[in-house]
Design a protein around this ligand. Structure first.
Ligand code: SF4
Ligand code: SF4
Length: 380
């Protein structure tokens, strides 16, 4: 149930209870109750308004001096400047972008949206180039119209990459040059292990993992350790195993994780922004909490948890986990169909011999072959 429906449902239930009481107790009592009911309804309306227009909560990002709105916008959908401006107007102050999103359109739209008010917004930039490629770094900053971004995120999905010394050296050098204020890691493969290794490295300020409710147990320790070390957590791809109706209910659940600063989501429309903001202000009842846990438990089997085991063990070196990420995109109510297509186009799966090892080895019983064939049909 979406947040707005949920609010209306609660209001309706309370009002319905009061009407029933008035009917059995007589006219004068009915009048008193009617005025009480009016007050209740007025309060509901004002609460509802507060949920969409009231101030959005800010949270400190780990040990940095940045305060991010608890919901924020990922720009993978190449959203228009109008949508981004609407988000800012409603208290969202963090945008994450990349030169690769939406064929380069996303970062340009961010630049248009923040023009003249760069100081009011916190920008995260995904680094998809080598950690010493000044040309690409400067080009991205130029598009954004800034000399420096708040957080630059290395985009690493293998522990062996996180271990490479060049990232630490690159981060220190760029930081000294003033290209960014803080350094982060964005990861969606070997995710838990990548974050564990990054914590050992000790120079990261923030992590942006692909995280969903099926990962609660698996990632509890690493998130707690990140919190202890003051590494801020920004969650992405949280919609996994939820649908357009029940996703909004999971938002307060994510925000109840102590390590979490913000949920970064590709909010594409004004309505999406309103729903996300309203959802962030909800509190789950014990029953709703149980419902969400049930959905999470159902999602445990058969859904990719981005552990990377398949990629690590493929005899042909096929980027299976990346392929599964594409499947994730197209399965998300077709919301990210274009992102799936773009990501798939960058993968080389031609070496796959259909040996079936990835299906057998997946710890979560994901039907990898099924998704592989589906992607081929859709995008090859
Ligand atoms: S498909 Fe299975 S093995 Fe591969 S990343 Fe997903 S959960 Fe891990
Ligand atoms: S079927 Fe075999 S070759 Fe193809 S991706 Fe899976 S493990 Fe690799």
């Amino acid at each position: 149930m979406n947040a707005q429906k949920q609010i209306s449902r609660r209001g309706f239930l309370r009002a319905a209870g009061l009407i029933a009481a008035g009917t059995v107790a007589g006219t004068s009592v009915a009048k008193t109750l009617s005025s009480k009911k009016t007050k209740e309804i007025k309060k509901e309306k004002s609460d509802e308004k507060q949920k969409t227009t009231g101030k959005l909560q800010l949270r400190k990002l780990g040990k940095t001096d940045l305060k991010l709105s608890v919901v924020s916008v990922g720009t993978g959908g190449g959203q228009s400047p109008q949508v981004l401006k609407y988000a800012m107007k409603n208290g969202i102050n963090f945008f994450h972008t990349s030169t690769g999103y939406a064929g380069g359109k996303a970062i340009k739209n961010v630049a248009k949206a923040i023009k003249g008010q760069q100081d009011k917004v916190i920008i995260g930039l995904k680094i998809t180039w080598a950690p010493d490629d000044d040309e690409k770094m400067d080009a991205a900053l130029k598009i954004l119209g800034v000399d420096s971004v708040d957080i630059a995120f290395f985009n690493l999905h293998k522990v062996s990459d996180v271990k490479k010394d060049k990232y630490k050296k690159g981060a220190e050098r760029w930081k000294k040059m003033g290209k960014f204020k803080y350094i982060g890691l964005t990861t969606h493969g070997e995710m838990k292990e990548c974050m564990e290794e990054a914590l050992k490295q000790g120079f990261y300020d923030a992590f942006m993992p692909s995280y969903n409710l099926t990962m609660q147990k698996d990632c509890a320790n690493v998130l707690a350790e990140a919190e202890k070390q003051g590494v801020g957590i920004i969650l992405m791809k949280t919609k996994r195993q939820m649908n357009s109706e029940n996703y909004w209910q999971s938002v307060p659940k994510y925000l109840s994780i102590p390590a979490v600063t913000t949920i970064n989501k590709t909010l594409k429309t004004f309505a999406d922004i309103n729903k996300m903001i309203a959802a962030s202000k909800e509190k789950l009842t014990p029953n709703e909490e149980k419902e969400i846990e049930k959905i999470a438990a159902m999602g445990m089997t058969g859904h990719c948890i981005m552990c990377g085991t398949c990629s690590k063990n493929c005899p042909q070196g096929v980027p299976v986990a990346d392929m599964m990420r594409c499947a994730d995109y197209y399965m998300a109510d077709n919301e990210y169909y274009e992102v799936a297509r773009e990501t798939y186009a960058q993968l080389d799966i031609t070496k796959c011999t259909d040996c079936g090892k990835c299906d057998q080895i997946c710890p979560n019983n994901v039907p990898v072959k099924h998704h592989k064939n589906k992607l081929k049909t859709l995008f090859a």
